[in-house]
Design a protein around this ligand. Structure first.
Ligand code: NFS
Length: 654
């Protein structure tokens, strides 16, 4: 076959949309009913080859400029901007956008905490006072002999000061939680964030046409703004959520569309912020509302989640996730969802026209986000439970409009709820909670390293395929895996987070998992909870024996199915914290060789981490595995140690 013919054939081969049988089943239904989904639209919408590769600059009205054609490398935009400037500006804007998303999420929680401390948000309380004390300690808030709400008020004030940049000392408060050496590096390289909003504003300013034009300098700001996400917005969101809603502990649950029920009112919470979803959980368990649902002929009220809201209510209440990002439309197509309640981020505009074809009520709730045609019930923390009850009642009232349903039977089993606090406790026990056993087992080679598999779905690649394949291949090689975000949903749907997965792990990892009683794949939470990974890595370094900084650890992060700016911000703060980060799908800066070089070799030299793109999963695995081995080599722990079989006493000791 000629090369051209072969290429044509390849283009005509229908893409496998998903490896999830539930998704395949519902997509068949959608096709039969002539319903469009993100999976069908992605086939119709070819990517703009210029924009997709980073050769388009649309930041001013002289353009958009397209740096393509003969001698494209040397071409510039009308203002003179090079590929390097355009690519770096794109990365910085993406990081600023992603950071702003997590920042606003954290700010909302800080404001809720403030309202609780002043008695204005009576639906909430301090569920984890122990964590509040810990956070107060990090922030230097006095606790001795003080009322808990007073402490909470001070903590909220310091958190809020981190946004507007008025924090004492002029540096992000939580940056002090990083290893001392890393803090010094951030100061020396001028990457230390000064305040979250300030870094976002400066990033937007610098990317305005005619301001910052030096690719390396732009990328430095990309790291600084992203660090204000990881060690700021996201970390505050995680900590203050734990204070208000409880720190997660392991629990069992089920995942996928099969968690929807044929005989109950199904409500899906979708989006990101736990302030609303926590109240919907409470309202859905309200005996009066359950009775009301019965009066309408339903057996009860069933709550499920999509995207990171799902992770928030899963981690703390065991509420089952109905799926990840690409499942939001599929849930509606089952015909079994009375209400989809959304707040912010990753909510597709296609939901409303789709909901109109079925009976689902799409309810927007955030003062920041409206969708044309959807019902808007605005949420505010001072009337939280009442609003949540109103929403649940609307869902119940919608039950009688339900037509035929087709809920796929598929579900996966899982254990979720691993906070960094719990992992420390699990490894060391209540009285000597510590990461020592983890460090020892990495040093003795039973565990080769640790990899975080995080982030989204992207319909440009087969749903869940890269994520699940990489998880399985890594644990086989004795690599401990932690997951968050939509990657965690994939792991849940495909039953990869259960103790039985030990059988698929390499002998060393399996031995440790058996001894500790943990699955080889740990669910750490939503995407803001990637901050838990920063905390764990820092503790592991502090525990000793594995180098002096995060960049010394045999560890990496992978975002196999990335699709959005938040993911780029997360990848960038991880790299700026010293991590080796690989993204799948396709590089948005493919044509900008200078930027690619700066974010790999350049960042490696500057901060000891890097962020790169690699579309093929086999090559991602190879790169990550090689990195782990290089780091083990550098630490001098790469000798194959003799494996000793443990008896019961030795296991207890471990
Ligand atoms: Ni993360 Fe969560 Fe999912 Fe991606 Fe969207 S839900 S914050 S961005 S798609 S993992």
């Amino acid at each position: 076959m000629s090369e051209e013919k072969a290429k044509k054939k390849k283009d005509e081969t229908p893409r496998v949309h998903s490896i999830d049988p539930a998704a395949v089943e519902v997509l068949k239904k959608a096709e039969d009913e002539g319903i469009s989904t993100v999976f069908s639209r992605v086939e119709e919408m070819k990517q703009c080859p210029i924009g997709a590769a980073g050769s388009c600059c649309a930041y001013c009205a002289m353009g958009p400029c397209r740096l393509v054609g003969k001698g494209a490398e040397e071409k510039t935009g009308i203002c003179g901007a090079t590929h390097g400037t355009i690519g770096a500006r794109f990365i910085l804007r993406a990081c600023a956008t992603g950071t702003s998303a997590h920042a606003d999420h954290g700010r909302d929680i800080a404001q809720t905490l403030k309202a609780v401390s002043e008695g204005r948000a009576t639906s909430y309380s301090i569920r984890d006072p122990e964590k509040l004390m810990k956070v107060a300690g990090y922030m230097g808030v006095p606790t001795e002999g003080r009322e808990i709400l007073e402490i909470a008020g001070d903590v909220a004030d310091i958190a809020l000061a981190n946004y507007n940049g008025t924090v004492a000392g002029g540096e992000l408060t939580y940056a002090a939680r990083a290893i001392g050496k890393r803090q010094e590096l951030w100061r020396k390289t001028k990457l230390m964030p000064r305040g979250i909003d300030r870094e976002v504003v400066e990033s937007m300013h610098r990317t305005h046409v005619g301001v910052d034009q030096d690719a390396e300098h732009l990328l430095d700001q990309a790291m600084r703004v992203s660090l204000s996400d990881g060690w700021g917005g996201a970390m505050l969101a995680t900590d203050l959520s734990d204070v208000l809603f409880g720190t997660p502990e392991p629990l069992t649950s089920k995942a996928n569309l099969g968690v929807l029920r044929t005989d109950e009112v199904n409500i899906i919470v979708h989006g990101h912020e736990p302030t609303l979803s926590e109240m919907i959980v409470a309202a859905s368990q309200d005996p009066e509302l359950i009775e009301y649902a019965r009066s309408k002929g339903a057996q009860g009220i069933n709550l499920a989640g999509i995207c990171c809201t799902a992770n928030e209510v899963l981690m703390r209440h065991g509420i089952s996730p109905a799926g990840n990002f690409l499942h939001q439309e599929l849930a509606i197509i089952t015909g079994a969802v009375e209400a989809m309640v959304v707040d912010v981020q990753c909510v597709m505009q296609a939901l409303q026209p789709l909901a109109e074809k079925y009976h689902t009520k799409l309810i927007t709730t955030s003062p920041k986000a409206k969708i044309p045609g959807a019902t808007h019930v605005e949420f505010d923390e001072e009337h939280a439970l009442d609003i949540a009850k109103e929403i649940v009642k609307m869902a119940v009232d919608n039950y009688e409009k339900r037509g035929e349903t087709a809920i796929p039977e598929h579900t996966g089993d899982m254990i979720a709820g691993f906070s960094h606090e719990y992992i420390e406790y699990m490894l060391g026990g209540r009285y000597r909670a510590s990461f020592r056993p983890l460090n020892d087992n990495i040093i003795n080679g039973k565990i080769q390293g640790a990899v975080a598999i995080v982030g989204c779905n992207n319909p440009r690649v087969t749903q869940d395929e890269g994520i699940t394949w990489l998880i399985k291949e890594l644990i086989k090689r004795d690599v401990l895996v932690v997951v968050t975000g939509c990657a965690a949903h994939a792991a849940g749907k495909h039953s990869l987070m259960i103790p039985e997965m030990m059988e698929n792990a390499g002998p060393g990892l399996r031995e440790v998992c058996e001894a500790v009683g943990m699955p080889p794949v740990l669910h750490l939470g939503s995407c803001v909870d990637n901050s838990r990974i920063l905390t764990i890595l820092t503790h592991v370094v502090e525990e000793g024996g594995l180098g002096e900084d995060i960049s010394d650890l045999p560890a990496a992060a992978i975002c196999p199915e990335y699709y959005c700016d938040k993911a780029i911000a997360i990848g960038t703060y991880a790299a700026a914290s010293g991590a080796y980060v690989v993204f799948g799908v396709r590089s948005p800066i493919e044509d900008c060789s200078e930027v690619t070089e700066l974010m790999t070799t350049g960042w490696e030299e500057k901060v000891g981490g890097q962020l790169l793109w690699e579309p093929e999963k086999e090559k991602i695995l190879e790169k990550v595995w090689n990195r782990i081995q290089e780091k083990r080599e550098a630490l001098g722990i790469n000798e194959e140690k003799e494996r000793v079989l443990l008896d019961m006493a030795a296991r207890r000791e471990l």
